[in-house]
Design a protein around this ligand. Structure first.
Ligand SMILES: *Cc1c(COP(=O)(O)O)cnc(C)c1O
Length: 392
């Protein structure tokens, strides 16, 4: 497949080589190991002088299709597919952080991306600082001589706050450190961090890239061959490799990324406008609304506002509970980015055990509701919200 093809063509054909039997879709190489025709072929493979496959933890042709496709979509040197989004995050941490190393990260970053640093990487002498990366002066001030990574999630979860990637790349490179961007909320359709100066981009492909809420997975794309080779080596020795069947499903999901996400985004814009005009809704955070504090940055940096909305209810915690119990079409569930609409109330669900102080610091107020917009009929989605809001 020609990497110069345009985005939607890459979505459908990226990473695929012509199959010897002319299969239109990549076969699932459900095998742990690969045999060699003779000793010399084995020796060449192990010496890295031929690109044959050896063992599926070290590489698998079905997984390679997905890795090459996402690398082409993000415009990077190469991709590394892994078992989960968190495997992608921790492979990046393992590759660039070590004893005495320090990372500066977004404060509203995905909970486990923060938790694994504070709870586990700290045991190996890695330090971390979390700041509101949408405020560049705070980013600059948090960088120390021993800082190795600037890690940014944008838009961030669940506050939908947006960080300026190009400005962060300039800061990171001036300090001789790498910029890593978690691009899960946008997918490469709406945002391409490597083009804006980032060194590494990663995804929980559980979300928009797979898009069907039936696979957990992750992918990392490096801009340079050296970073790709370093992270690939960490991945194969730590072992969070992706399974070939998982890769096949994600490659299938990826083909419809544009049609799914553009449709969900169209719904999201209309739903955000509906919510903003509703008397029981206190506030709405959606980059496609002029009321979003970084509406202009989003318009410049992203190709669209995406399909994730956060909003607050005037009735606080109790109103949130009623809304959760009253929606019918939206499923009460964590995760996001699928064809089906999901709703979540962090204060009574995912963050129920988090201290009030910690919640407040991360911008997770008791009234906050997170809504991941799917591709169902817009009028049905609005009718569902409308009847649920009426019960508050
Ligand atoms: C879900 C998510 C992750 C973690 O991915 P898993 O596939 O659940 O391991 C990381 N970052 C963001 C932004 C996410 O939404």
């Amino acid at each position: 497949m020609n990497r110069k093809s345009r985005f939607d063509t890459l979505l459908v054909h990226g990473g695929q080589k012509q199959d010897p039997l002319m299969a239109v879709n990549p076969p699932i190489y459900q095998t742990s190991t690969f045999s060699f025709r003779n000793a010399q072929e084995g020796a060449d493979c192990f010496a890295g002088e031929s690109d044959g496959y050896i063992y599926s933890r070290l590489g698998n042709p079905t997984v390679r299709v997905l890795e090459d496709a996402v690398a082409a979509l993000e415009g990077g040197f190469g991709g590394i597919a892994v078992a989960s989004g968190m495997a992608a995050v921790t492979t990046v941490y393992m590759s660039f952080l070590g004893r005495g190393g320090h990372v500066v990260s977004t404060d509203a970053v995905y909970g486990a991306s923060r938790g694994v640093l504070e709870k586990h990487f700290s045991r190996f002498g890695v330090e971390s600082t979390f700041v509101d990366t949408s405020r560049l002066e705070l980013v600059e001030a948090a960088i120390r001589p021993e800082t190795k990574l600037l890690y940014v999630e944008t838009p961030a979860n669940p506050t939908i706050s947006i960080t300026d990637i190009a400005a962060c790349a300039e800061i990171a490179h001036r300090h001789g450190i790498r910029l890593v961007v978690d691009n899960t909320f946008c997918s490469p359709l709406l945002q391409r961090p490597l083009e804006l100066g980032a060194d590494v981009v990663l995804h929980s492909i559980t979300k928009f890239i797979n898009g069907h809420a039936d696979v957990v997975g992750g992918v990392i794309v490096a801009k340079t061959e050296a970073d790709h080779s370093l992270m690939y080596g960490v991945m194969t020795s730590m072992g969070p490799c992706m399974d070939p069947h998982q890769a096949f499903l994600v490659t299938r999901g990826l083909k419809t990324l544009s049609v799914r996400l553009l449709r969900a985004q169209e719904n999201a814009q209309k739903i955000a406008e509906y919510l903003e005009g509703h008397p029981k809704v206190a506030w709405v955070r959606y980059p496609g609304l002029e009321s979003h504090p970084q509406h202009e940055l989003a318009a410049r940096q992203q190709k669209g506002p995406g399909a994730m909305i956060s909003f607050g209810l005037k009735g606080g915690l109790e109103a949130g509970r009623i809304l959760m119990d009253s929606v019918g079409l939206a499923a009460l569930a964590v995760s996001l980015g699928g064809v089906e609409t999901l709703i979540q109330h962090p204060a009574s669900m995912t963050h129920a055990k988090v201290s009030a102080e910690a919640k407040l610091k991360a911008g997770i107020t008791d009234d906050l509701v997170r809504y991941s917009v799917g591709i169902e009929d817009l009028d049905d989605l609005i009718a569902d919200l409308d009847q649920a809001l009426a019960r508050i």
